[in-house]
Design a protein around this ligand. Structure first.
Ligand SMILES: N[C@@H](CCC(=O)N[C@@H](CS)C(=O)NCC(=O)O)C(=O)O
Length: 220
């Protein structure tokens, strides 16, 4: 089993963290052919995005599906809560990240340059993002993690995305309010940072993301 992509990507970091809480050490490596647009990589994953998991020569794309695969294939330790309703909550947090939080981040990336920034677009995206975080908070169960006393899929999905939001939109050029400003989300973040496996992945993700942002800024 090989995972392709960079830990700077929140989607790759999600898979690495999910594998880790399941007791599977899955370190991302450079895409075959030297990049995610190479013919070798596109053969495994024609979407041309990271991550891709290679299993027996076959490629599995999309981080959510890779996590599903790991949950099905690596059964020694589950990455989801035991109770069905709690499992649904954990999955719901992950889904909210994919269909509400991540799309609200896109406009910020397209408006990084202050000189060419569309203020109305940013205003709408900021409102969408705040709403999306309130949906995630509503989906959470009793904590301190998304659901219960140990990290599960929801944490692995929301965690790296929150690093990105805090790095670029809160501490970065946009000055948005901290997405973890409510007591429940602040307690969730503290739990994540205090968990050895989660915090190791968050640190690796943050370091790689900072290097990526620095390289991007020097190109502008
Ligand atoms: N829905 C995909 C999104 C993956 C994604 O957007 N990855 C970005 C890196 S953060 C990427 O590969 N971008 C390259 C591109 O779009 O060309 C997933 O969950 O895996």
């Amino acid at each position: 089993m090989k995972l392709y992509g960079s830990i700077a990507s929140p989607y790759v970091a999600r898979v690495v963290m999910f594998a880790k809480i399941k007791g599977v050490d899955l370190q991302p490596q450079e895409a075959p052919g030297g990049g995610i647009k190479s013919p070798e990589y596109l053969k495994l994953n024609p979407i041309g995005k990271m991550p891709t998991l290679e299993v027996n020569g076959q490629g599995i794309g999309e981080s959510a599906v890779i996590c599903d695969y790991l949950e099905d294939a690596c059964t020694q330790k589950s990455g989801l809560p035991k109770d069905a309703l709690e499992r649904a909550r954990s999955r719901l947090v992950a889904r909210i990240v994919d269909i509400y939080i991540s799309p609200a981040i896109g406009p910020f990336f397209r408006n990084m340059n202050p000189a060419r920034r569309d203020a109305a677009v940013i205003e709408t995206a900021a409102q969408d993002l705040a709403k999306a975080y309130s949906y995630a908070e509503h989906a959470m169960g009793p904590g301190p993690f998304c659901v219960g006393a140990t990290p599960t899929l929801g944490d692995c999905t929301l965690g790296p995305t929150t690093v990105l939001v805090r790095r670029i939109l809160t501490a970065g050029a946009f000055g948005l309010p901290d997405p973890i400003g409510t007591p429940r989300l602040a307690a969730w973040w503290k739990a994540l940072e205090g968990h050895a496996d989660c915090s190791a992945v968050l640190t690796a993700h943050t370091t790689a993301l900072d290097a990526f942002l620095k390289a991007m800024a020097s190109k502008r």
